[in-house]
Design a binder for this molecule. Structure first.
Ligand code: DGL
Length: 290
């Protein structure tokens, strides 16, 4: 019989954004199995309001616990973390639960100009959780906060299409230009923003566009790796780390990452192939999640 430590880790997002966190988790925790759920039928979360996002978060957590017997949950979505992680911890007090939030503290440590940009969804950047986080660092740098309506959705839609020959003609590129221009000037001279926090897991997939627009002097900060390290710490503390496979067939089974979606299976397959180089067979099923 399988021990609790051999159970999978659940990971979810409103769509494909959390694949950027899954990638970091797979690298940090190579012996673990993962079940990733993209709630694409209900994306984007960032423009839906807290009550809706909290309801989705609890429905997904309950589904992963009941149907996939997960041993831990990573909420790979800043918006869902802001709206629901507190209550999720109360609902599952014994399960290791990790959320993501904009990496303001790492940005403060990194910035030389002390001018830091933060982009995210309306839900995240308008939340009390974000206001509290900002209050802890506000005296250490100047922050320019920019909600990016429509950007997560444009990234979500873009992966379903073939990569554009001319990147600058895409909706993702257009929105990245529009929002970063609204923030002020970027660069490493005094008064310029030299560090940009990607406060939405989808935005990692627009990092190449953003870097191209802002130039090489600007550092983009995301959260996948710290989240993966925190997941490891919680698993270790709970003695829930999966052991290395003993033989080849076990290795085949445990390496498996299952991808589920409440939306289009072909869109998730395309995203997984494009961003994680995962074959289509890894996307096991489309789930009808109410
Ligand atoms: N990827 C999500 C986040 O980190 C949510 C994007 C959305 O659905 O609006 O906030």
């Amino acid at each position: 019989m399988r021990s609790a430590a051999q159970a999978p880790i659940g990971v979810f997002d409103s769509g494909i954004g959390g694949l950027s966190v899954l990638q970091a988790l797979q690298a940090e925790l190579p012996h673990e199995r993962f079940v990733y759920l993209a709630d694409s039928a209900h994306a984007p979360y960032g423009e839906r309001g807290d009550a809706f996002v909290a309801e989705r978060t609890h429905a997904i957590a309950d589904y992963l616990v009941t149907h996939h017997l997960i041993k831990a949950l990573v909420v790979a979505c800043n918006t869902a973390t802001a709206a629901a992680i507190h209550e999720a911890r109360l609902r599952y007090p014994h399960m290791p639960l990790v959320g993501v939030e904009p990496a303001l503290k790492p940005a403060v440590s990194h910035s030389q100009t002390r001018h830091i940009g933060v982009i995210g969804t309306h839900g995240t950047l308008g939340s009390d959780k974000f206001a509290n986080l900002l209050a802890t660092v506000q005296d250490q740098a100047q922050f320019v906060i920019q909600p990016c309506r429509g950007l997560a959705n444009a990234i979500e839609l873009s992966t379903a299409q073939a990569p554009a020959a001319d990147k600058t003609q895409t909706e993702v590129h257009r929105l990245c230009v529009q929002y970063t221009q609204a923030m002020g000037t970027f660069g490493k001279s005094p008064g310029q923003i030299d560090t940009l926090v990607l406060g939405c897991t989808h935005y990692v997939f627009a990092a190449a566009d953003l870097q191209h627009i802002l130039g090489p002097d600007v550092t983009l900060i995301s959260t996948g790796e710290p989240v993966a390290r925190q997941t490891r710490r919680l698993l270790e503390a709970a003695s829930l780390m999966a052991s290395a496979p003993q033989n080849h067939s076990e290795a085949q089974e445990y390496k498996h990452t299952q991808l589920l979606t409440s939306g289009s299976l072909t869109a998730l397959q395309a995203a997984a192939l494009r961003w994680l180089q995962m074959p289509a067979q890894a996307c096991a099923e489309a789930v009808a999640l109410r």
